[in-house]
Design a protein around this ligand. Sequence first.
Ligand code: DAH
Length: 337
Amino acid sequence: MIDEIRNLRNQIATEIGEITSKELLDNFRMKYLVKKGEIQAYFEKMKTAAPDIKPIIGKELNECRQFAEREFKVLQEKFATATETKVDIDMTLPGRRNFNGTFHPVLQTLEDITEIFRSMGFTVAEGPDIEDGYHNFDALNFAPDHPARDMQDTFFVKSDRELLLRTHTSPVQIRVMQSQQPPIRSIMPGRVYRNESINSRSLAEFHQVEGLYIDKNVSLAELKATIMAFAKRMYGEKSKFRFRPSYFPFTEPSAEVDISCYLCGGTGCRICKHSGWLEIAGCGMVHPNVLRAGGIDPEIYSGYAFGFGIERVTLLRTGIDDIRLLYENDLRVLRQF
Ligand code: DAH
């Protein structure tokens, strides 16, 4: 019987070596380790053995059972962790995407605008965000009682109203004229501030690009051609534009430029207030008083100027219909551009 038990142990060792799955391990348990299993059967058999060899058989059998149980446990643990790892690595899950940062759409627009004007020979100039009343208003031919000078419309830095947050980029025109001789051909991008309530169409802080061209015999036709060349490159050949007479203190004559509405294509909708058109720029021939304030003789030189809002241009090209979305820093919005 001792030999039988040793054979059994060898058999168990061989079978253990062949177990490759949970199912096979379970078969093994059913075969050897349960009450009706083969090991237990030998314990039953042992009862009939001669009393003097019973302890030897018992010892042999116990060792055999311990061996089988030990090996079983090892395999059981192995298969348990294997299933856990299987759960950990779910090959059907989508991978984690690497997120690359992008330029903010307003900055992208500014870069494209700059690139287009650069290719037409314009240089880039900048001025201070905190301006004085002279550059922001007086030098630009604003009347002393112009409403823009009111606290309701402008953020003043000092109560004497001498320093303010510039309400437009036009004061940079004056600074450029004061520091350069014609011919001048510059664009002037920057941040501007207005004491306005915030809604889907306007913010209290936004960006503008100013343009200025001064030389001998500059004509309104050149202004129109420049704006049209820019707008077609920015918005595509198919967009429609119109020039509408308007008024600005610093230009005479003045005009506003409209583009056909990107949303309705001109039939009229909420965005264009049912007119079919959206205003994109103000422009005109530089007023003689403004040339004088810039130290340029209006008898010799003439020029044109224009200005537009960068956020507005961004809305038009992205199709975003609420200007506030540009500054909420919601990645779901920003990642689209
Ligand atoms: N400064 C104007 C504004 O903020 C925009 C503007 C209009 C600029 C006409 C110009 C211009 O240079 O010629 O509304």
